[in-house]
Ligand binder design. Structure first.
Ligand code: BYC
Length: 467
């Protein structure tokens, strides 16, 4: 059976680990059949499969039925530095094993990371039924199988480094369910439904992008197996992000084309800009929460112990000091009816720093989308909501701000939500636009065609062979 698990972690040389994974694999496959993409398990999909870090390409491309996908376990190549390069363990040799004193924290980080992966597959399991094109359908399934591989990556770490507790956590990953009343996924954005493809594109834009920043922070870890697992995951993640960013761009482009012709997008089944804006407000604000509190003792502990660094900690010129003890982060808080400055000791502000990098990255994409509006001679612009808007975690949680970040009273906030967040009518309208299109080369009317195909293939390639 294990020859079906491609790996570069020497599984063959570790019989105990093999047995643990052998017990977990059938449960994983049962979970995939129950919670993976519904209705397409018998079809052959043109997919990329990671094969490792050899001298050739790190992935192969071929048709495969999704339950036969070869989910592998891979570490990226060793890092150039072999010592810890931030926090209190600066200069020590990187760890191959989990230090006893950080076992709880590392397990928590790995479980939190791992839990998001199957969650996203569950959130997206019905979207294949309303895909706007065969290429998009393929892209959805690519994202799904790779998120499932990311679960494998975290389960490998749990099985190989955390003994019985790790095995129990690995089982729990398959037992929790996105959106379940009694047994939900750990982080809130992973319990939100993704009813339609605009939500899917926003999710792969905004939520997968949180994934990019969290994985990057973990890939700086002193615990080398975690760092190299997450580094490998980032290679796959880049595609998921491009699905989101280009997907949103295609929706904006279609709407802009229709508006340029002087038509109301609703009259031709395209998506009005204000609805797109509401989806941004919903998904971006949900994703800000994924960074945790701006002032966080957990974050300080993770950094101090060398478990989780800053984005590109090792190379980024902004961080000449890898100790993080002598600086502070300035945040603005609204207290007693006025703004005041709050100084957060830098180590406690690691979540805020990561969120700032994330927001800058989102703004870069936003500038491109607004460029599409400009190209079509339109004066309207899309915006990113303030990091104070609609927060449930951190400094601005349970306070009331508008999407520009201005404080408002509760009544104005509740009234404003109808303008700022999607209503049931908006969801219904978007869902109504989602007419499935499975003919090679054809695309639904609410979204512009992709600019290119996948791998070496064009737009009219038969990316899914229906059984
Ligand atoms: N929801 O100190 P605080 C991805 C809890 S996405 C619910 O402010 P901390 C992907 C927290 O547990 C990336 N609870 O925050 C994307 C704590 O509880 P305790 C996933 C939350 O701990 C798309 C309390 O509130 N990876 O890969 O510094 C598709 C105070 O927490 C939330 C990771 O997240 C929340 N949003 O940071 C597929 C990386 N936020 O201690 C995949 C691993 C906080 O009071 N995780 N809490 O019981 C972490 O690094 C950290 O756990 C977090 C939170 C950044 C999530």
């Amino acid at each position: 059976m294990l020859d079906t698990i491609p790996n570069n972690v020497n599984l063959e040389g570790d019989p105990k680990l093999q047995r643990a994974l052998q017990r977990w694999q059938p449960d994983f496959l049962n979970w995939w059949r129950e919670m993976g993409p519904e209705g397409f398990q018998a079809d052959r999909v043109y997919l990329r499969t990671a094969v490792g870090m050899g001298s050739g390409d790190w992935a192969q491309y071929d048709y495969v039925k999704m339950p036969d996908y070869r989910w592998g376990i891979f570490l990226a190549n060793p890092r150039k530095k072999d010592h810890v390069y931030f926090g209190d363990h600066f200069g020590e040799k990187l760890w191959d094993q989990v230090p006893g004193e950080y076992r709880k924290e590392l397990r928590r980080l790995i479980v939190t990371q791992g839990d998001t992966e199957p969650a996203s597959v569950e959130q997206q399991r019905l979207l294949g039924k309303i895909a706007p094109s065969l290429l998009d359908l393929r892209n959805l399934f690519q994202v799904n199988v790779e998120e499932a591989r990311h679960l494998w990556a975290m389960v490998y770490l749990l099985h190989s480094h955390f003994g019985k507790d790790g095995r129990e956590e690995a089982e729990e990953m398959l037992a929790r369910r996105s959106g379940h009343k009694d047994h939900p996924r750990i982080l809130q954005a992973f319990n939100k439904p993704q009813r339609d493809w605009l939500a899917f594109f926003c999710f792969t834009m905004f939520t997968d992008r949180d994934g990019k920043y969290q994985l990057a922070a973990l890939s700086e870890s002193a615990f080398d197996p975690l760092a190299r697992s997450t580094q490998f995951m980032l290679m796959e993640e880049a595609f998921h992000l491009s699905v989101g960013e280009t997907g949103v761009g295609r929706v904006v482009r279609r709407t802009a084309e229709v508006m340029k012709e002087g038509k109301d997008p609703r009259s031709v089944g395209a998506i009005p800009l204000e609805v797109i804006q509401k989806y941004f407000n919903e998904w971006a604000s949900a994703c800000y929460d994924l960074f945790g509190g701006e002032d966080s003792s957990n974050a300080a502990t993770y950094f101090a112990n060398g478990l989780k660094g800053r984005f590109d900690e090792i190379n980024d010129k902004r961080y000449p000091d890898h100790n993080g003890l002598d600086a502070a982060y300035g945040a603005k808080v609204w207290e007693n009816e006025r703004w005041s400055d709050k100084e957060i000791p830098l180590r406690r502000a690691m979540n805020a720093l990561l969120l700032d990098d994330y927001v800058a990255d989102c703004n870069r994409a936003l500038t491109r989308w607004n460029g599409i509006l400009e190209e079509h001679g339109l004066s309207e612009r899309l915006t990113l909501p303030s990091t104070r808007f609609n927060r449930s975690v951190g400094l601005y949680a349970d306070q009331h701000y508008d999407p520009e970040g201005n404080p408002v009273d509760e009544a104005a906030y509740n009234k404003g939500l109808a303008r700022w967040m999607p209503s049931q009518d908006d969801y219904d309208y978007v869902l109504q636009c989602m007419v499935p299109v499975y003919e090679p080369g054809k695309v639904a009317g609410w979204v512009a065609p992709p600019t290119r195909g996948f791998g070496s293939h064009g737009l009219d390639f038969e990316y899914v062979l229906f059984h």
